[in-house]
Write a protein that binds this ligand. Structure first.
Ligand SMILES: [Zn+2]
Length: 134
């Protein structure tokens, strides 16, 4: 089972089969959004009163410490940390644009891309070195 951690407080964002985030839309409405912990699976769960429009920017926050998860690589990409069952550690970047399927699982010197829109952020070049978060 992969664990997901906030890059700021390092607390656990995964509960059961969901990663839990707080999100905020352009109208400053906030909600909890549950994502699938399987990389490349873009199903999500939310309360029906929170409407997400295709192409809308949602800012992701840690529900524990309240920090914005916006990455320093691109404002559209959020960052979480992942530990897999073998003890490997990754920085995982994903798009905060609703409906945009781009996820990048990175280690020090490698990036693994997932999602049909992953080519949009082409400044991710295989072989780039990524910052250590652990
Ligand atoms: Zn946090």
């Amino acid at each position: 089972m992969n664990d997901f951690l906030c890059p700021k407080c390092k607390d656990h964002l995964r509960v059961g089969d969901h990663i839990i985030f707080k999100v905020k839309n352009n109208e400053k409405k906030t909600a909890l959004l549950l994502l699938n912990p399987q990389i490349g699976n873009y199903t999500s769960t939310k309360h029906p009163s929170f409407i997400i429009k295709e192409g809308e920017f949602l800012e992701f926050y840690c529900p524990l410490c309240g920090a914005s998860l916006k990455s320093d690589i691109h404002e559209n990409l959020a960052l979480v940390l992942m530990n897999d069952e073998k003890g490997n550690r990754y920085a995982v970047y994903f798009s905060q644009i609703a409906g945009e399927h781009s996820t990048y699982k990175t280690t020090d010197d490698a990036v693994h891309m997932e999602g049909e829109d992953a080519g949009r952020y082409t400044y991710f070049r295989v072989g780039d070195r990524f910052k250590r978060y652990f």
